[in-house]
Design a protein around this ligand. Sequence first.
Ligand SMILES: *Cc1c(COP(=O)(O)O)cnc(C)c1O
Length: 219
Amino acid sequence: MTIAANIQKIKSELPVGVKLIAVSKTKPVEMIQEAYNAGQRVFGENKVQEMVSKQPLLPLDIEWHLIGHLQSNKVKYIAPFVALIHSVDSLKLLETINKESVKNNRIIPCLLQIYIAKEETKFGLDESELNEIIIAIEANCFPNIMLKGFMGMATNTENHEQISREFRQLKTVFNHYKTKLTKADDFTELSMGMSNDYKLAIQEGATMVRIGSNVFGER
Ligand SMILES: *Cc1c(COP(=O)(O)O)cnc(C)c1O
């Protein structure tokens, strides 16, 4: 199957309002251009250096989403153009993103990455860290950040029940904060689901799915 056919197939499976983030990490700009020519405009990268080197070589109207673990000292490289950061996993990182947003005269949209998997290797905030960040946001500590929602990664397992349960937990936490946030109107996105589990994620209320292999082929 071609990249264009892959995109068409996935899009035909997404309910209205669910966005496809085409995860282009490790893939060359030629393949990203091919996806672009097929109408795809939103791409996800997990490494700052890779995103920064690809961005100037591709059309300006691409929305670049950072989906991987982000170190504070690298925020400055993506702050001028990044469209959404999915992977905010500490208060310190949020402080840095806010500072770089100010420098660039921007409001940077962000998702908080919440720890839902039963795997040590995954990043994300636990309940108390999340609470602390929400309190800081409500106290207007980060005027140049727009909190758009949450991101989560389920455990890498064949157990669909478990994956669905983890996504459902994240949706519950999302609903809880949706009723609490002052700026609830901005808080609309739930980024969950990858090539292996996006159908389950959609059933549990995902608004963004991050799909790499099923678009570009195995890495
Ligand atoms: C690589 C990656 C994806 C996409 O994974 P696929 O299995 O190739 O669809 C999604 N989210 C994050 C955070 C990733 O690093």
